[in-house]
Design a binder for this molecule. Structure first.
Ligand code: NAD
Length: 491
């Protein structure tokens, strides 16, 4: 079994506690490696290294162009190591190898996009309304960034958070999920190979309430960027408020996928399946609430059941597998519990509805579809984070908007229609950070991504993501001569 170490100040180091935890392959249910169980002492060490890098190390003296070049070099190294990283992630969180290979082919683009942006961060000269003053703004790195990530896509979250943070000139301390830390710890080595100075990129593994909480509390961490559940997000937000830290939060969802009778129904069916069964439903953007126009509801449901039933469960390393295991035992129990809740609430199960018992590891569930779901049911309101679809009917466009927005969440929404006017009306009316029309689950380094309402704060990806890691500083320079102005009035 491989034993991992933290990555602090440019090298792998043992945890102060001298304790390690098993990390489990969700397909076999067996431990396959050990990760350090960090604590506040490791966080102190990593934050001190990051602060040194920003204040006195070579990172602080590098030009933005040089920073950008290191990021481009890292992009190439990720590309070169894509297969190895993909396999580690599959082993650690059970995601499909096919999905991870695609993700890692694309992943370097975040480094290239933000690497290119590093030397295009500009301040402004103000046409200031005062005589004899030169006034300008400059954009400066916000400070040391603490990045806390979830288990479902740890590698992607590194790129989403660290590419803009490093382009801005910050240094980062990452706390990956205790359920899937291996890929992040492996990735750290590539930052060293790329030539990033010591302390710019640090990884401290461990438990949320120990390492995560210590990072949020640390006085020298200026900004927390978090991806995870809304419950943890709310706790971190409150904790960070006491220390007046900048916070961005990418949280959960109960995203509506809305199918109108005028849609290309075959495309829509494939999109709905991808929205809920891809990644075994363990994605924040899962389209877990399907709203279908009543006129096509039965026919469309039949097609979804057919497609869902044809999904092959199995070893996530195999190319023909469509549905892998649920990543953690607790999540597995939660998904099964929601299936029972739905049945008890009166929803009717037309596909799946339980565990897929005969596979190894014991963490497989059947892709599941519920009909006769009412908007007030828990299965229609709460995030399951598994391959469980709730189908609700609607009559008019106005009903669809009302039902879609009747949720505390606002991460994403899908609309399937052949009517462009309707597409534009829906995109305006839906309370979601992302609206996909006639597609679903598309992301890009150049497109902002994030949530409204309980789905979070701030946006990742796209040019504006860099603002999350910058302070906008104003400088006033007076070149007035002669007698000083009256000191007792505002200038
Ligand atoms: P989680 O909230 O349990 O954990 C996320 C991270 O927070 C982990 O690293 C964990 O160790 C850490 N953490 C836990 N308690 C903490 C505390 N008190 N202080 C600081 N850190 C703490 O979430 P999860 O179960 O790992 O991930 C699943 C959730 O993530 C789902 O709700 C899903 O919707 C959400 N998610 C959101 C996005 C998005 O971009 N919006 C993407 C993926 C997942």
């Amino acid at each position: 079994m491989k034993t991992y170490q933290h990555f602090i100040d440019g090298r792998y180091v043992e945890p102060a506690s001298q304790r390690w935890m098993d990390t489990v392959d969700p397909y076999t249910g067996q431990p396959w490696a050990q990760i350090p169980q960090g604590d506040a002492r490791d966080v102190d060490r990593a934050v001190a290294a990051a602060r040194r890098a920003m204040r006195e190390g070579p990172w602080s003296r590098m030009t933005a162009t040089e920073r950008g070049k290191l990021m481009l070099r890292l992009a190439d190294l990720v590309e070169k190591n894509a297969q190895r990283l993909a396999e580690i992630e599959v082993r650690d969180n059970g995601k499909l190898l096919a999905e991870m290979q695609g993700q890692l082919r694309y992943h370097p683009e975040w480094w290239r996009y933000f690497g290119g942006l590093a030397d295009k961060i500009e301040g402004r000269v103000m046409p200031i309304d005062k005589p004899d003053v030169f006034a300008f703004t400059r954009q400066q790195p916000v400070g040391v960034v603490g990045a806390i990530t979830a288990w479902n896509s740890p590698l992607l979250f590194i790129a989403w958070k660290c590419a803009p943070a490093l382009a801005a000139g910050c240094a980062v301390v990452i706390k990956p999920s205790e359920f899937a830390s291996a890929s992040t710890l492996e990735y750290a080595e590539l930052t060293r190979e790329a030539g990033f100075p010591d302390g710019v990129f640090n990884v401290v593994a461990g438990l949320g309430h120990e390492v995560g909480s210590a990072l949020v509390d640390h006085p020298d961490v200026a900004k927390i960027t978090f991806t995870g559940s809304d419950a943890t997000g709310a706790r971190i937000y409150a904790q960070a408020a006491a220390k007046m830290k900048r916070v961005s939060l990418e949280l959960g969802g109960k995203s509506p996928n809305i199918v109108f009778e005028d849609a290309d129904l075959e495309q829509a069916a494939a999109g709905v399946v991808s929205g809920i069964f891809a990644a075994t439903g363990q994605t924040c953007i899962a389209g877990s609430r399907l709203l279908v126009q009543d006129s096509i509801r039965e026919q469309f449901t039949r097609r979804l059941v057919e497609l869902g039933a044809s999904a092959r469960k199995g070893n996530p390393m195999h190319a023909e597998t469509n549905i892998g295991p649920i990543t953690t035992p607790a999540q597995y129990r939660k998904v099964l519990e929601y299936m029972e809740i739905a049945k008890a609430e009166g929803a009717r199960c037309v596909l799946g509805g339980g565990a897929a018992g005969s596979l190894p590891g014991g963490q497989f569930v059947e892709p599941t579809i519920f009909v006769d779901v009412k908007p007030g049911m828990r299965i229609a309101r709460e995030e399951v984070f598994g391959p469980v679809l709730s189908i609700l009917g609607f009559e008019t466009e106005a009903d669809a908007v009302r039902m879609a927005n009747d949720t505390i969440y606002g991460l994403a929404a899908g609309v399937w229609t052949g009517d462009m006017g309707r597409a534009l009306r829906m995109s305006q009316a839906l309370e979601a950070g992302t609206v996909w029309v006639n597609t679903y689950r598309a992301v890009s380094y150049m497109m902002p991504f994030g949530g409204m309402k309980h789905s979070g704060l701030g946006r990742e990806s796209g040019i504006t993501a860099i603002d999350e890691y910058l302070e906008n500083k104003s400088t006033w320079i007076s070149y007035a001569r002669g007698a000083p102005a009256n000191p007792f009035v505002m200038r």
